[in-house]
Ligand binder design. Sequence first.
Ligand SMILES: Nc1ncnc2c1ncn2[C@@H]1O[C@H](COP(=O)(O)OP(=O)(O)OP(=O)(O)O)[C@@H](O)[C@H]1O
Length: 360
Amino acid sequence: MATLELQHLTKKFGDFTAVDDMNLSVAEGEMIALLGGSGCGKTTTLRMIAGFTEPFSGAILVDGKDVRKIPPYRRNVGIFFQNYALFPHMTVYENVAFGLKLQKLPKDEIRQRVEEILSLVKLVGLDRRYPRELSGGQQQRVALARALVTRPAILLLDEPLSNLDAKLRVEMQVEIKRIQKELGITTIIVTHDHEEAVSLADRVIVMNAGRIQQIGTPQEIFDRPVSPFVADFMGFSTFIHGTAGAVQNGLLPVTCGGETLYVRADGTGDIAPGDACVLTIRSENIALAEAEEQNVVSGQVRAATYKGHTTRLEVTGCFDETVYPALSEYTGRGDGETVRLYFPPERICVYKKTSDMEDQ
Ligand SMILES: Nc1ncnc2c1ncn2[C@@H]1O[C@H](COP(=O)(O)OP(=O)(O)OP(=O)(O)O)[C@@H](O)[C@H]1O
């Protein structure tokens, strides 16, 4: 078990800053998910921690000690990279034993540790197979076993589940979490799937263009994103522009396309009357309403997509923007009928508009 700390970690490739002043403390046994779009610096961060890429500036501390001068093979870090390529000419056993052989451990100990780890990843009995004789999920578990067998203090997982189908992905998420907690390994997992991040990690980091946008518990990031960028990334799809009024009785009124939505006013202290704002709400938090009351707005259904336990609607005419409720009780056909929608004040996130928010 180890703690990991990144202090002002920065990586430049020429003039381009791939990781920009990153600060992070990871506790012993904690699992952190790094979430962000393509090219935002996730893999570069992992490569610096592993020792494959030299930082431009800043420090990486493991158990309080700066590891910058320590070569990768002595950092006690287990790594699982995106293209986890197993050695095709080696059996499962040989693939997993490879790192231990490099460490020149006695044969008996190697056998015992490989057997232990294969049982942990539920691959007992497959040790003589070659990678081509395994399913995608089994190959991925071999790669995980290979990263774990050296008993690393820190585990780095780069998109470990990206090539799997939906069912296997969920199974492997459960496995990874179980193994990580069982062994108490401090772990950073890179993903660009927000559902994966919130279901696996103790804390989630959202990155954009080399910078941390938000660090928080899955719930904080899922329910209270700090910006429209993070909200968009976390799967919010309804974004409404408006103008703030004055707070009354703990509610901030925001005028949006002729309607007024009331938003719970905690944490909106930087917004003054007259400020341009962006509001957002998760689709599943919008509800069908019975009567015309506060925060109920009527609109026309333009499309309805059945999603199993909910139906996702596209509704226009509420505001200037389209809204996207996900309703479990909707039974209409989505052909232009009028619906009344309720936007609960405590479920709406509001942000003061800045010049870089035009896209949302
Ligand atoms: N060796 C390199 N030389 C120049 N630029 C690089 C190098 N490695 C990475 N970059 C650039 O740094 C940025 C961050 O890359 P990185 O691989 O860390 O992104 P990422 O967040 O892991 O993306 P993805 O999800 O697509 O893997 C990208 O713009 C990439 O093109």
